[in-house]
Design a protein around this ligand. Structure first.
Ligand code: MG
Length: 422
């Protein structure tokens, strides 16, 4: 099963959805990488390491890619975004070769469908940003508010206010509550996540990472409004995007305790695990982190010192599907649940679904595509939408079980980037 080709394509959606295709014999496999500057150039530079190799030696090839880029930082970083997509493409390829779905190659499934949590951003979803996090006009244009489906952008200015740190009418308990009600009623999710680090009228400073007493009160009101709106049967998490000092994060987590959050995510910056552990150990609010963790090694200290209640590695970034499974196994030795981070297209999301199906300690998988009107349509092979009633049915077809809708991908292809080998 010799590899004969490696190619890439980028679709401009809310993020740059970056795809890798690997060809071997009569099959082609597809994987998705977490967006990053220079990503497809990295894939192209790594590709010769795979040409002529037997695609079935996935783990050895993964190591070969790692060591091939070791001088550039084998411990972590953007190179792993590239390697993650390449590894996932190999799983799709090898699954097709053996006529088995990926989850079965990862050990078989614990569940027939996977629970998805809807990322609701800051009440109105993120519009579109490039790989350097600079906002750009969405390629699908702005629809008039009355024609906008659940989850799509009503007013891009709201997202800009978030980015600029300006309080806005959508960052209010009333708006958060109505948004939560809408997503649950219309899309059927049983788990949601909102941003809690929004600009508030009480903000003293955007740079210091401190929180005034009034800001903490306001943030608790935001969280309480969502939880009251959806009731006990919907779990709710809140994300802080690494923004606060330890003492401020501790106070916030403490004040949120009566609400019983699904988790509070990334309350302090990601580099200092011991600082996060101080927050986690100080509160009964469950603390999640992991989207910037690379490989099992990137989670070792956090698991061992009790800094994490819920692990959130990103399969398109952390090292791939098998590595996500390894992190899950490592988490399980500490009785820690997995809630994988995911901002991918349906291709990357379904790849994550295979891993989520194959691990025991799974809580929920992220969906960050609510603002993209063609999200469900980019995958071919599902009977109906990929996400249905807040869950994804685990595909039984060989490999990934879905294919990229090439026509649609071409329509939104990023100008100046190759579109596979066309
Ligand atoms: Mg996050």
């Amino acid at each position: 099963m010799r590899i004969t080709g490696v190619s890439t394509a980028v679709v401009e959606a809310n993020y740059d959805w970056t795809f890798v295709r690997i060809d071997a014999g009569e099959h082609s496999g597809i994987g998705e990488c977490f967006t990053a500057p220079g990503l497809t150039a990295i894939v192209r530079d790594l590709a010769p390491l795979l040409i002529g190799e037997d695609a079935r030696d996935i783990d050895r090839l993964w190591s070969k890619l790692r060591w091939g880029s070791s001088g550039a930082g084998s411990a972590a970083g953007i190179v792993y975004n590239a390697i993650s997509g390449m590894e996932a493409a190999l799983w799709d390829l090898v699954g097709q070769h053996y006529g088995e779905p990926i989850y079965r190659l990862l050990g078989g499934k614990y569940r027939d469908s996977v629970r998805i949590y809807a990322d609701c951003h800051a009440g109105e979803a993120l519009h579109s940003m490039d790989a350097t996090m600079v906002e750009r006009p969405a390629r699908w244009g702005a629809a008039p508010p009355e024609q906008v489906a659940t989850g799509q952008i009503r007013n891009p200015e709201h997202g800009r206010a978030y980015a600029k740190g300006i309080p806005d009418e959508v960052f209010t308990p009333e708006m958060y509550a109505s948004r939560a009600r809408e997503v649950v009623a219309e899309l059927g999710f049983s788990a949601l996540k909102f941003d809690l680090d929004v600009p508030t009228p009480y903000m003293q400073d955007t740079a210091s990472g401190t929180l005034s007493r009034a800001e903490v009160r306001y943030m608790v009101e935001l969280a309480a409004a969502v939880i009251d709106a959806v009731g006990d049967e919907v779990d709710v998490a809140f994300d802080c995007h690494w923004r606060y000092q330890v003492a401020d994060a501790q106070r916030l987590a403490h004040e949120l305790e009566p609400l019983g959050l699904m988790w509070l995510e990334d309350p302090v910056p990601p580099e200092n695990v011991q600082a996060l552990a101080r927050v986690t150990k100080s509160t009964s609010t469950r603390i999640a982190t992991g989207e910037n963790g690379y490989m099992r090694h990137g989670f070792r200290e956090a698991f061992e010192c009790g800094a994490i209640d819920i692990a959130a590695p990103d399969p398109q970034k952390t090292g791939g599907l098998l590595e996500t499974r390894r992190i899950a196994d490592y988490a399980d030795t500490h009785y820690i649940s997995m809630a994988p981070h995911c901002i991918a297209s349906p291709i990357g999301t379904v790849a994550a679904v295979h891993v989520a199906a194959a691990i025991p300690n799974f809580l929920a998988l992220e969906w960050h595509g609510m603002s993209v009107p063609f999200w469900n349509d980019l995958a071919v092979g599902f009977d109906g939408p990929v996400i249905d009633g807040g869950r994804v049915k685990v595909p039984d077809a060989p490999g990934l079980g879905v294919r990229l809708n090439l026509e649609l991908a071409r329509e939104y292809a990023r100008p100046g980037e190759p579109f596979f080998d066309e």
